[in-house]
Design a protein around this ligand. Sequence first.
Ligand SMILES: Cc1cc2nc3c(=O)[nH]c(=O)nc-3n(C[C@H](O)[C@H](O)[C@H](O)COP(=O)(O)O)c2cc1C
Length: 190
Amino acid sequence: MDAISLLTQRSSMPRLIAPAPDDAAMTLIKRAALRVPDHMNLMPVRCDLVLGDDLSRLGKLFAQAAAHEEGFNERDRQRAAQLPLRAPLIIVVSTVYEAHPSVPALEQYATAACATMAMQQACFTLNYGAIWRSGAYAQSAMIKQGLGISQDNEIVGFLYIGTPAVPTPIKPERSKDIFQPVNIHINEEK
Ligand SMILES: Cc1cc2nc3c(=O)[nH]c(=O)nc-3n(C[C@H](O)[C@H](O)[C@H](O)COP(=O)(O)O)c2cc1C
């Protein structure tokens, strides 16, 4: 797949089955994550790989959070334990914030978000499917604790990865006009 096709046709795939990416594919996915823009090369990113029996352990953790924390409704409580079983691999992407005089946490979060996107793009080119999910689970103190992520870091997303159960539908391109001529105001009194 050429780069422009990748950039303009990237699509999420929620219906994922085994197999997960093999070792060679995982190496490329990691290289894509490590290649993202990263102010001062902090690489403030952590990727926990959840597969095999750990998927149901993550489901238990989701269920505990949904049962005991705010932000979840009855439907969430019923479904929580099953959610991680929707893919053979989940990469939990979180920040690893570092106090730095010229790189605020917001920029470090941006790098982690870019890494999530880059890994999804890599999956797409390798004919795997992936979808970036979050929900209240990404904000949960219990889930952070259960994964050993400190409370002052953020879970950026749960990247569900696997083999597409059906060919990934390519959605129509969005047509929102996000480009506009700039309009700069200068306070002449200053
Ligand atoms: C930060 C972030 C969190 C997201 N969380 C969820 C989520 O919890 N559940 C979900 O179905 N989609 C979520 N999405 C949206 C999907 O990743 C995806 O973009 C959406 O289904 C549209 O499909 P597309 O990527 O093919 O356009 C999230 C996207 C982002 C960027």
